[in-house]
Design a protein around this ligand. Sequence first.
Ligand code: GDP
Ligand code: MN
Length: 390
Amino acid sequence: MKIHEYQAKEILQRYGVPVPAGRMVTTTEQAHEVAKSLSRQAGAVVVVKAQIHAGGRGKGGGVKVCRSADEARDRAGEMLGMTLRTHQTGPEGQEVRRLLIEEGVSIAKELYAGFVLDRETQRVTFMLSNEGGVDIEEVAATHPEKIIKVAIDPLTGLMPYQIRQACFAIGLKAELHRKAEKMFRGLYDAVIDTDASILEVNPLIITQEGDLLALDAKMNFDENALFRQPQIVELRDLDEEDPKEVEAKKFDLSYIALEGNIGCMVNGAGLAMSTMDIIKYAGGSPANFLDVGGGATAEKVAAAFRIILADPNVKAVLVNIFGGIMKCDVIASGIIAAAKQTELRVPVVARLEGTNVELGKKMLKESGLNLTSADDMQDAATKVVALARA
Ligand code: GDP
Ligand code: MN
């Protein structure tokens, strides 16, 4: 689960990590008021930052340094409601509904600091680099040695000597080491306490005055830990999430939207993965990953089918069910119910196997729906790819 920059900065502040003064706003008038009060305290410069769940905002026009409160109001007016496109949003972009108005700071140097759960070492890895700012992906690709990596033992946590080694390795001035140690321990504690899967501060800056400051903050959280993180769950912004995935979560379905045009309705994560593979082998492209689960009811199956059909890219649907705990007739009645509620505008190929398969097939056949049945997975994939092309 992702949150906004301003929310991440509120969390970090509680861990003693210095961040610029600022406030989130949703209207031009609020932006003006906040900019006026900030520029009174901190000189004239304020920064207007679009709050969307994607990075690369600076390059896409979502970060504006303003010389006055009036200019901040004007930039805020332009930004609110605009569709911001960055390399992380994809071509469709993301609508800007919230802004962070911050005091401007004078940057002497931009660093990068990150914490990420590394599956290979099974540890949180601390990353630090001299080459912070908007091009860290480029640095990672062309000069990986410029990013210092430290694996953290979960029993000891991030040790002071590890921080010092990393600081020396990037050539950070010795007088900043004490501040760096306090900041990185604060960041690490925030990661552990909130079950974050990623925490990135890019840029982490050295100000002209010689202070360290988190100028940007990105946090993602492990969804499997949300049950014990009610305060994090409250930060969820559904406007930023795929509406199909939000709907799927309500029904406890494992659904992930993809770019292709063949909708997939499958039970079991393994079968769902191999269904996507076999569609690819047959020359097609899946529109989603969907596991309806073992004990799905007809209502849940109907919800899944509606979500698949709500995707305008979907040109054909492949239903691939192995009826073990899940019975084929339950799947059939779910599909029939969903097709009655939503007009079935695309062909459906069904491959059913297992418990009550004969009954399921019979129900589908007698439903009068535009259905093609398939004998096995290969046959199903070939048929659905052909129908999606037609
Ligand atoms: P991102 O592009 O989405 O990662 O957004 P960031 O918050 O990292 O902002 C992008 C860039 O804007 C930073 O690397 C800074 O160079 C610049 N920037 C952000 N805030 C300030 C500020 O207060 N003063 C100045 N001078 N530049 C800033
Ligand atoms: Mn950034």
